[in-house]
Design a protein around this ligand. Structure first.
Ligand SMILES: Cc1ncc(COP(=O)(O)O)c(C=O)c1O
Length: 374
């Protein structure tokens, strides 16, 4: 229970007058769906991430599901993904009958360890869902090499990673199809929404049809060429997206400044590991600020102490394979992915968003120091 007078929220959107203006303009235009904003948002987004095509969808999960559907994942196919991610990274292929195979993560990057992925491949493996967790790009080249060797599809779950770069080029530009997401805690938000970027024109055409009830490009409103979904983004939502992409540089730089401030404030605080620094091949886009406690520190004590000070935090991330529905459905148990399981017990997110005030960050770190001392 918060016993103080102050609350520092975990997250929050960065929206202003431009968002209001574009949303209002769209409302007044009375074209609330299938209007011009979708294409504009897609064009701006595709250009931004260096992909030739982009298709807006109703959520990141919807985008991931469509890519799994297009990869032909069907009953009994095994799909390898990360256990240290959000549930949608696995749910997206479970919807199609795919069986989750969790490969362990690298303790430095928290992303899939390519050696663990290689060891998990069987003759039934169909695809890899490669997650860029917490905005840090995954080991795309080795994963793609494995996929090429074994004839697997690669789907990149970049829902947390808009603005990151891998080997000197934007995530989205490397040739794999990627999915980005716009829930309000993301770098940019549309309330709910997602974007699939691809380098393949046929995939893009199919994505546009599948999100729109399987309608044919050339057909009428009630012509359905294939079994589709209603995964459309509304024009109101896309209006928000346009305003947000317009200020993406500002957002990324404010988030990066906030992350640097945390790193400075946390320097020398014993028992806390700050997020991995960038290197030549990996430039993170700051999504959340997740710290790792040294083994032996009682995370629950720390979180309870932060809560008393009004500092919101979250246990990021629990392992997907240990969620109750996964245990019940597939019989997964602790011990399957020791690195991810250890991280899942020791990591948590501090308040972090584009407009976080420096004083709030100082307050958070003071509170964390008290929690660790007591
Ligand atoms: C790694 C990851 N994958 C998938 C998703 C799903 O996105 P959405 O919530 O838009 O469906 C999210 C977002 O929450 C995510 O963080």
């Amino acid at each position: 229970m918060n016993t103080g007078t102050r609350t520092v929220p975990l997250s929050g959107p960065y929206i202003g007058e431009r968002e209001e203006e574009l949303v209002l303009e769209t409302l007044r235009s009375r074209r609330l769906s299938l209007g011009p904003n979708i294409e504009r948002f897609e064009e701006l987004f595709a250009e931004r991430v260096g992909a030739p095509y982009a298709a807006a969808v109703s959520s990141g999960t919807a985008g991931l599901h469509l890519l799994c559907h297009l990869a032909g994942i069907a009953d009994g196919d095994e799909v390898i993904t990360s256990p240290y991610s959000f549930a949608a990274s696995a749910n997206c292929f479970v919807y199609e009958g795919g069986i989750p195979v969790f490969a362990d993560v690298d303790p430095r990057t928290y992303n899939l360890d390519p050696d663990a992925v290689a060891a998990a491949i069987t003759p039934r493996t169909k695809a890899i869902v490669a997650v860029d967790i917490f905005g840090y790009p995954c080991e795309l080249d080795p994963l793609r090499a494995l996929a090429a060797e074994h004839g697997l599809a690669v789907i990149q779950d970049s829902c947390e990673t808009l603005g990151a770069a891998y080997k000197g080029a934007a995530v989205g530009s490397h040739g794999t199809s990627c999915v980005f997401a716009f829930y309000p805690n993301k770098q940019i938000t549309t309330g709910e929404g997602g974007m699939v970027t691809t380098h393949d024109e046929d995939t893009w055409r199919l994505l546009r049809s599948l999100r729109n009830q399987g309608r044919a490009d050339s057909g009428g409103w009630l012509d359905h060429a294939r079994l589709g979904f209603n995964y459309r983004m509304s024009d109101l939502t896309a209006a928000l997206g346009i305003a947000q992409v317009e200020k993406l540089d500002e957002i990324l730089s404010l988030r990066s400044e906030a992350a640097t401030r945390y790193e400075e404030l946390l320097a020398g605080v014993d028992g806390v590991r700050v997020p991995l620094a960038d290197d030549e091949d990996h430039v993170r886009s700051w999504f959340v600020y997740v710290v790792e406690l040294e083994e032996g520190i009682d995370r629950e004590h720390v979180l309870a102490s932060l809560e008393r000070d009004g500092v919101q935090s979250a246990r990021y991330l629990p392992c997907i394979h240990l969620q109750s529905y996964m245990r019940e459905r597939y019989g997964f148990a602790a011990g399957l992915c020791p690195v991810a399981e250890s991280l899942a017990q020791r990591t948590f997110a501090l308040p972090f968003h584009t407009a976080i005030a420096a004083e709030d960050q100082e307050y958070v770190v003071d509170s964390l120091k008290r929690a660790l001392a007591g």
